[in-house]
Design a protein around this ligand. Structure first.
Ligand SMILES: [Mn+2]
Length: 345
């Protein structure tokens, strides 16, 4: 999609969004569980759109935790009023907007079966599963949902505050790894424009936020339980106390020489979380992730990055072993894994 087409689409979409939000009743923006910077920036943009164009307030909710130090610093520094919610707390809201996630992905527990009125996302859509909502704007060719919302903000001609620009810039930066991963022409433009508007000092403060000792303990755990199978590196965090650590380790392990894929999984509370990354789009990580979690959980994502979630059920430890066995079978078929700690190359 070229930039003109994209802006045309965004103009129509934001008009629809504002129509839906203008109905009487309260508005809530819901994100994926353990929301990331992209989701937070999107929620903040809808908040500012409703505030400036409709004089309405917007609540922002999520399930799980916002545990990653960078994400907590983002919420505090940029004053994003996001809070933990449970499904029953959605009842007073007339309008529910879901950003950076889809209802069928099973990663936004706060919905609790409620059908969102608005869905804005950039993950691949599962074939044969149309989403029913007043507004559905899903652009899998975008590296970040923040780019879509930035287009909305421009199309609706709202004032983009320094805080909002900082949030959107960071949303795009973290989802695309500084545009090193998948991004669209619109993404490049948004990145450049937002960089000029963003508060660089706050950005640096967020990116280098202090981390607790548990961070390094989980890192040690992930390296001690790390296998190399062909050109796939697979790591397990057995004692995960922060769900965000799983994708972080997957990203980190992609730096290991010679690797085409990195997978990290672990037991968080009583569930198994999985993150997978690929160096290029040749294999489809979202599809492979769905094979790993078939009949026992849910998962999806993009060609180069995907996530999965498997409830631990009666015996989380047993499930964990089953997941490990499936990960090896799907991501490294026919390879004999060796521990990272014994690799000498
Ligand atoms: Mn995203």
């Amino acid at each position: 999609m070229n930039i003109d087409e994209a802006m045309r689409r965004s103009r129509a979409a934001v008009a629809r969004l504002l129509d839906v939000c203008a109905r009487p009743g309260r508005i809530v923006v819901v994100m994926q569980d353990n929301p990331d910077p992209d989701a937070l920036a999107c929620a903040m943009t809808i908040r500012d759109l409703a505030q400036q164009r409709l004089r309405k307030r917007v609540a922002i909710g999520y399930a799980g935790i916002c545990g990653r130090a960078e994400n907590r610093a983002m919420i505090e520094t940029l004053r994003i009023d996001a809070r933990r919610m449970n499904p029953s707390e959605l009842a007073p809201f007339r309008t529910v907007c879901l950003v950076d996630a889809q209802p069928a992905s099973g990663n936004s527990d706060v919905l609790g079966g409620r059908r969102p009125d608005v869905v804005i996302d950039h993950h691949l859509v599962r074939r044969g599963r149309p989403i029913e909502a007043e507004l559905v704007d899903i652009r899998p060719d975008y590296g970040a949902t923040s780019t879509i919302l930035y287009e909305y903000a421009k199309a609706a001609d709202i004032k983009i505050s320094t805080a909002l620009a900082t949030a959107l810039f960071y949303g795009i930066q973290s989802d695309t790894q500084d545009l090193g991963r998948e991004f669209s022409p619109s993404g490049l433009q948004a990145y450049q424009e937002l960089f000029l508007l963003a508060d660089k000092r706050k950005l640096a403060h967020i990116r280098r936020a202090p981390v607790p000792a548990a961070y390094f303990c989980m890192l040690a755990d992930s390296l001690a339980n790390c296998l190399i199978a062909g050109n796939t590196v697979i790591s397990c965090i057995r004692n995960c106390v922060n769900a965000d650590m799983i994708p972080e380790v997957a990203d980190l392990l992609m730096r290991l020489e010679g690797m085409r894929r990195a997978v990290c999984y672990g037991l968080f509370e009583s569930d198994i979380l999985i993150s997978a990354r690929a160096a290029d789009a040749r294999g489809n990580m979202a599809q492979q992730m769905r094979r790993v979690v078939a009949h026992i959980g849910s998962g999806g994502g993009h060609r180069t990055m995907a996530g999965g979630h498997v409830p631990g059920g009666e015996s989380p430890q047993q499930r964990l072993e089953q997941v490990q066995e499936r990960i090896l079978r799907v991501f490294a078929p026919g390879k004999t894994p060796i521990p990272l700690t014994s690799a000498r190359r």
